[in-house]
Each structure stands twice: as C-alpha cells, then as structure tokens.
Write a protein that binds this ligand. Structure first.
Ligand code: PLP
Length: 385
C-alpha cells in the first residue's frame, strides 16, 4: 500500500462490528467480562480503547513500526519515552529541540536523576565525544524547532548502534508523509500530533511508535502505568486528520516554496531558514532522507526591524503558538514557544530574539504574501520614520 493510501486505509480504518466506514468513538471507561479475565481484548480504557487502538495502529503502519501508542500530548509521549531510562542514565540531546522538551529535561528529568549532554546533532562529529559509559540514547529532532536544522538520521543511528544506544527521533516537523525515521535506522519515533497529523488546531495529542518489539512492550507498560493516554474523542479527530495528511503536506510545501521565494528576495529580511533552499547547510541531507521539505519556514528581519511589531501587524496570518494546521500560524520563538529556555542557552543554539517562525498554512499563497508585505512595509517605514 502506498503511503497516501495507507493514511486512509491503514491501521483499523472501519468498524468491524457494523461496517461503519469510520471507527466509532467508543466513549467507555470499561468493558464487560464474560468470565473473570475472559473479554474481547479490552478491559479498561487506560490500558486500551478501540478508538485509540485504531489511531495507534495507524501510526504504527505509516511509520513502519511494530506497535503504536497515543498520548494526551506530544509532551506526555516524550515523558513516557524518557521513562524508559533509570536514575544515572545519560542521554545525548539535540541542541535545538522544542522548548517544552528542554523544560521537561531540565526541570523534571534531571531532578529525577537522568543526565543529559546537549550537542548539535546536525554536526555528526559532536556525537561520539559525548558518549559516556552510562549513555543510553540519542534524542533528536530533524528538522529542528525552530531553526530547521537537518540531522543525517541514518548516520546518527549507525553511530548509536555501534555504541548500543537507542535513537529517538521527534518527527513532528517532517511527518511520516515526508520522512520515516524507523526506515533510516531509528528505534523510536515521536510526534506532537497536535501539529500536522491532527492538522486543524483542534486537538492536543502525541503519537509514538517503535521498530523494536522489546521497546514496544516497555512503552506499552509505561503508557498504562503512567496513564497519559489520548481519550476516544481526540483519537477519532486525530484519525480523521491523518487521512488528509498527504494532500495537506503537498499543499503546505507548495505554499512554503512561494513564501520562501518571496522572503528570500525581500530587502527587509536578513536570513531565511528552509531546508528546501539550496543554500541551507542541510539541503543535500534533507533531499536524501525526506520526500519533501515541509511547510515550516523561519526567518530573521534585518537588524533594527522589530519582529514583535511585524507579527502584531499581520492581519490574515494568526499570531499563535503551535504549527502544522490548515491556517497559517506565526510566532516569535524567543518570546513564545521557546521562552522557557534561558536566553544564554537559546542564543548558543542560534535562536535570536528577532527570529520569526512561520507555519505556512493552506490559504492562497497570494493572500499570505500580501499580508506579509503590508506588515513588512509597516515595520520598515516605522524604522525610517
Ligand atoms: N515536539 C515538537 C517538535 C513540538 O513542536 C512540540 C510542541 O510544540 C512538542 C514536541 C510537544 O507537543 P505537545 O504540545 O503536543 O505536548
């Protein structure tokens, strides 16, 4: 089955009991047992729910895993993955991860006795020197949030395997439509499904899958033990969103290409970050490991121009956190999504105060460009004034 078809027909795509072409919302916490321990595969909805199971099977199929897991948020999924490790274990983390992941690591997991070394995984030479006897895993995003840095996932997975480490990839930005880390050698894939997989800014959800049946068993245990599961209604909405992922990603990419061309040639723009640009340092690797460059674009305004005044002047493009939705969303990472990272650490990884992150939506590109133009003209003329 090709991927666009699997998005619609993969996993559990209809209700076996009634023939309904959509899996129903099984709004139930528990299930009748015929005799003690004799049931139809479901006992209690934290452990398993048929609507959640449908979307878990779907992420497993489209990422090429052995088992899928749905969580109440991407962060709940991240936390559950890190719960695979024990006090004293050491994990290597990419230097440009989502601010909330950084917060989870620094304010929660370190307190519980895990240790971390932050490296730029897009530079492969940084990984081996960071490996300690107690290192257990490498955790990375590619493309990263918000700088869209690209890591050679296959190369990292090879290094990790050589040292008996697990490779964990947050695949939120690329989506399985464009990039399938398990096929590149990664062991665990994570999604904030609140983004492209859901696709409509209407749910908060996380999805996880793995290619390793032992890890799958452990994650299943932890999902049930910790309990951060996705409810049946949101599981249903998520499955509906995933069905259109293919056509949405094609359209996001087309619009992003038009926006990048506009921004890259604009006098008020200092720098554009987009893996589809030939000038992007990770362009060749992105071409090799993904089937598309996605809909996320970051950029810096020329010195002296206010990013805050610019985003506040936009009329059509929504000033909001989050990304990956049908509507265009724009934000300033330093003040919003990545505000929990201390300025010093943020700047070390290259996230300047004036960086703007743009999740290009599915509106008409001409309308988006007109909105950018009026806001850029406004901030440019304010400076002249
Ligand atoms: N990973 C990435 C790359 C993200 O952008 C986010 C959220 O913005 C998360 C993980 C966390 O996901 P959630 O907000 O669903 O908890």
């Amino acid at each position: 089955m090709n991927l666009k078809t699997a998005l619609i027909h993969g996993g559990v795509s209809r209700d076996k009991a009634t023939g309904a072409v959509n899996v129903p919302i099984y709004q139930t916490s528990t299930y009748k047992q015929e005799k003690v321990g004799v049931h139809k595969g479901f006992e209690y909805s934290r452990t398993g729910n048929p609507t959640r199971f449908a979307v878990e099977e779907l992420i497993k199929d489209i990422e090429g895993g052995v088992k899928g897991f749905a969580f109440a948020s991407g962060s709940a999924g991240t936390h559950t993955i890190f719960s695979l490790f024990s006090q004293g274990d050491h994990i290597i983390v990419g230097d440009d991860v989502y601010g909330g992941t950084y917060r989870l690591i620094n304010s929660v997991l370190k307190r519980l006795g895990l240790t971390f070394t932050v490296v730029d995984t897009s530079d492969l030479t940084t990984i081996e020197p960071a490996i300690l006897p107690e290192t257990k895993a490498v955790f990375l995003e590619s493309p990263t949030n918000p700088l869209l840095k690209i890591t050679d996932i296959q190369a990292v997975a090879e290094i990790a395997k050589k040292h008996d480490l697990i490779t964990i990839v947050d695949n939120t930005f690329a989506t399985p439509y464009h990039q399938r880390p398990l096929t590149l050698g990664a062991d665990i894939v994570l999604h904030s499904a609140s983004k492209y997989l859901g696709g409509h800014s209407d749910i908060v959800a996380g999805l996880v899958t793995t290619s390793d049946s032992q890890i799958a068993e452990q994650i299943g245990f932890l999902q049930n033990a910790i309990g951060g599961i996705l409810g049946p209604q949101d599981s249903w909405i998520l499955q509906r969103g995933i069905k259109t992922l293919g056509i949405r990603m094609d359209a996001h990419e087309k619009n992003a290409a038009a926006i990048v061309e506009y921004l890259d040639n604009h006098a008020a723009i200092e720098k554009v970050y987009y893996p589809g640009l030939e000038s992007h340092v990770g362009h060749e690797i992105a071409k090799k490991q993904t089937s598309g460059f996605g809909g996320m674009v970051s950029f810096e305004l020329k010195e002296g121009l206010s990013a805050k005044a610019f985003v506040e002047k936009l009329e059509l493009i929504t000033l909001a956190e989050s990304l990956g939705a049908v509507e265009s969303l724009i934000e300033i990472p330093a003040l919003m999504t990545h505000g929990s990272i201390p300025k010093e650490d943020r700047e070390k990884s290259g996230v300047k105060d004036e960086l703007v992150r743009f999740s290009v939506g599915l509106e008409d590109a001409e309308d988006l460009i007109a909105d950018l133009e009026q806001a850029l003209t406004h901030v440019s003329s304010s400076m002249e004034g």
